[in-house]
Each structure stands twice: as C-alpha cells, then as structure tokens.
Design a protein around this ligand. Structure first.
Ligand SMILES: [Zn+2]
Length: 215
C-alpha cells in the first residue's frame, strides 16, 4: 500500500518507457498552455524560460516517486541493548503539495516509536518523511504512510506520527484562512491503546492540542 518492496526502485513517469509517458517537451508545452490560459504571453521575455524552469521544479517537488521508502529503512540496528523507551524525532519540517490543487503544504512532522529489539538511524526517519512529502499528497495519507512504513520496517511496539501543517490552497486561495493549520495523528500499537504514552508523546513534542491528544 506504500510503494514497492525493498530492493526495487519505483519508476516514475519520467523514467518509464510507456508510449503514454509525456516527454520533457510535452511537459513544457503543458506549462506554456497554462501560462496562456492564465492570460499571459509565454513568448514575453520574462516567461520564455518559465516552462523549462517549472518542469525542473516539478522534478524536485515530486522526486519522491523515484525513491523507495522501504529501502531507506532496510538497514536496522540491534545494538541498542535493552533500550525500549520512546524514540521521538520532533519538528521535522516538510514541504509537500496537495493533490487537489498542486499547491504547497508546509508543516512539521513529529515521529515516535517504541523499539522492539531494532532501531533505525534517526536521519532515515526524516528521509522517509521527505520521500512521501515529495509526492502529490493529502495530509491524512502522508501521516498514515509514514507511520505504516516505520511499523513495517521496525516491527516496533508502537508508532506515533503527528503532522501540523498549513495548506496554501486554504490560506492563499479558496476560503483564505491564513492562520489555519491542520493537525493529523496516527497511532499504531501501544500508542493506540495507552493514553499515557500519548500524553508522554505530547509532552515530548512540547505542545498539546485542545483535544488532549486522544485518538
Ligand atoms: Zn489543495
């Protein structure tokens, strides 16, 4: 449900060889069409290179389709001794794009897990966040994918993922609510069943929503 099995590299449209795969020139032509549709002249000096810039920006925004998040967590360590307390990585800033408007989602992810014999390099957790963030997303799925990938790779006693993010499609267009942010939570294992663990998580994160952090 979240990418291919470890060892395989996911193919995105740019690598695939299907006859339906658009070329870079096709992608640039599409951007030119959008510029025209917005009421501009794509031949105007300032806009001449914009289609190629936008196409390259898309490569960066959506680079996550080229990476396999399971492979990132393929190397785990069993030398953490009897450490089985919560590992919490907080304030992982991310940038994603909403799949409804292709407008940025910018926020923070807090990830915790309760190791069961295995731990993983902390930077790998941040990289898993980036792989999923650099795809077309909704915040709910992004939250679940990060949690499920950690759960599958580490088989820990529990995983907690909380995302607090601003959706620019909501702050700069549509309903125009600039101060709004959206909080999503995914609890797996002991975090789901034990409210004390969720309390410890929120204390560790250093903030606590009005709901008290219950599932
Ligand atoms: Zn949106």
């Amino acid at each position: 449900m979240h990418g291919p099995s470890p060892g395989t590299v996911s193919m995105n449209a740019r690598e695939a060889t299907s006859p339906h795969t658009p070329s870079r020139a096709d992608a640039e032509a599409a951007v030119r069409t959008l510029i025209l549709w917005a009421g501009e002249d794509p031949e105007r000096e300032g806009l001449q290179d914009t289609p190629s810039r936008v196409t390259r920006a898309y490569e960066a925004f959506f680079a996550g389709y080229q990476e396999d998040p399971d492979a990132l967590l393929a190397t785990t360590f069993e030398e953490a001794g009897d450490f089985d307390d919560m590992v919490l990585v907080r304030n992982i800033r991310f940038e994603s794009h909403c799949e409804h408007h292709l407008v940025p989602i910018i926020g923070m992810v807090h990830v915790a897990y309760l190791p069961h014999r295995r731990v993983v390099g902390l930077s790998k957790i941040a990289r898993v966040v980036d792989v999923y963030a650099r795809r077309m997303q909704i915040q709910e799925r992004l939250t679940s994918q990060i949690a499920q990938t950690l759960h599958d790779a580490l088989q820990p006693r529990g995983v907690a993922v909380v995302i607090d993010a601003q959706h620019l499609c909501m702050t700069t267009r549509g309903v125009h609510k600039p101060a709004s942010s959206t909080l999503t939570q995914r609890w797996i294992g002991d975090f789901k069943t034990d409210p004390h663990l969720r309390r410890d998580f929120w204390q560790g994160v250093g903030s606590r929503p009005a709901t008290g952090g219950s599932a």
